[in-house]
Design a protein around this ligand. Structure first.
Ligand code: SF4
Ligand code: ZN
Length: 326
């Protein structure tokens, strides 16, 4: 049994695969189904295909930059897209949230790329940007996760834009999306809710289209997929995860999911079907180019340039931060 427990069902014998009737190996409680290993892989790929088609994410002519972290979600997604014949390149950022964690996650990405014959681009925050997320956590003046999130958004878009990629692909899964929606809804951050779509079109020449093809697949399902496929991913969580507010929303949703399988799916899919069109009606943000780096921003100077300026001002001379090249 890989995850979820597909053993004996109440009132019946061993569970059978919903698709081929062979003995089941993986339970998908939210779909009230269990699958053998092969049919489970088919089920996951089918969910990704549905996501791509329903949101017109990309086609075989597009060049995709796939953000990978060494974790199960992003490597599973890269694996699926390669198998489907898409033109993919992996993009890994060494964030330095912890020395060992960083080396291991980078190793996992490099080993995966080598094994699958995929191209991987590595961007090292310490070498290329002059700071690390661990350093921000140590100084304690800014929340590491907020700087980390901002840095990832900025650098992934920059890499995709400068590399001439058509679409930026991330491994956000159903659990991530439901937790983010819960956080945004509890705080009624309507502008964030409006942008929480599986596909965000480009609204500026330097802003690359962003998509999340795993939004229909849960975290446990990507783990099961990776195990069946023999993908060697980093199991440990980021050493700074305790400061991530999303974790408490994930915990709350996991409790609800245990009592009522399908809660996350109902919440997020229900938002997409019923609420997203209402939020989307609000005025779109008009973007211009940052006065310092030339990247798209609603203001005069982008949030990344402002954050780096603050960091440089607060950082001791020994770890001075250089300005980002546009
Ligand atoms: Fe970055 Fe926070 Fe996620 Fe760690 S937990 S990778 S610091 S956002
Ligand atoms: Zn800037």
């Amino acid at each position: 049994m890989i995850s979820g427990g597909a053993g004996k069902r109440s009132g019946g014998g061993p569970a059978k695969c919903k698709r081929c009737r062979e003995p089941a190996k993986v339970e998908v409680a939210r779909a009230n189904a269990a699958f053998c290993a092969d049919c489970f892989l088919h089920y996951v790929r089918n969910q990704v295909t549905k996501a791509i088609d329903e949101h017109s994410m990309f086609d075989k002519t597009d060049r995709l930059l796939v953000c990978v972290s060494g974790g199960k979600d992003s490597l599973a997604l890269w694996d699926i897209l390669m198998d489907m014949g898409y033109d993919t390149t992996g993009f890994y950022i060494a964030l330095w949230t912890g020395e060992d964690y960083c080396s291991e996650s980078r190793d996992k990405c490099e080993a995966f790329a080598e094994k699958r014959g995929g191209k991987l681009i590595v961007h090292d925050l310490k070498e290329d940007e002059g700071f690390t997320i661990e350093q921000i956590a140590r100084e304690g003046r800014r929340t590491p996760c907020s700087v980390c999130g901002l840095t990832k958004r900025y650098l992934t878009n920059l890499a995709a834009s400068q590399g001439g990629y058509d679409v930026l692909v991330t491994g956000h899964n159903l659990d991530d999306e439901a937790a983010t929606l819960m956080g945004n809804t509890l705080h009624w951050q309507t502008e964030y809710i409006a942008r929480q779509m599986p596909a965000l079109p480009s609204t500026h020449a330097k802003l690359v289209k962003k998509v999340k093809p795993l939004y229909r697949v849960s975290e446990r399902e990507t783990a099961a997929y990776s195990i069946i496929r023999g993908i060697d991913y980093i199991v440990e969580e980021c050493p700074l995860v305790a400061g991530n507010t999303q974790i408490r929303y994930k915990d709350a949703l996991n409790s609800l999911e245990r009592l009522s399988p399908g809660t996350k799916q109902q919440f997020f899919f229900g938002y997409l079907d019923k609420a997203a069109p209402l939020f989307a009606a609000s005025d779109p943000v008009v973007l211009r180019e940052c006065n310092e780096c030339g990247q798209p921003t609603p203001g005069e100077v982008c949030a990344y340039c402002r954050a780096k300026k603050q960091l440089r001002a607060k950082t001791r001379p020994a770890v001075e931060i250089e300005e980002v090249a546009p």
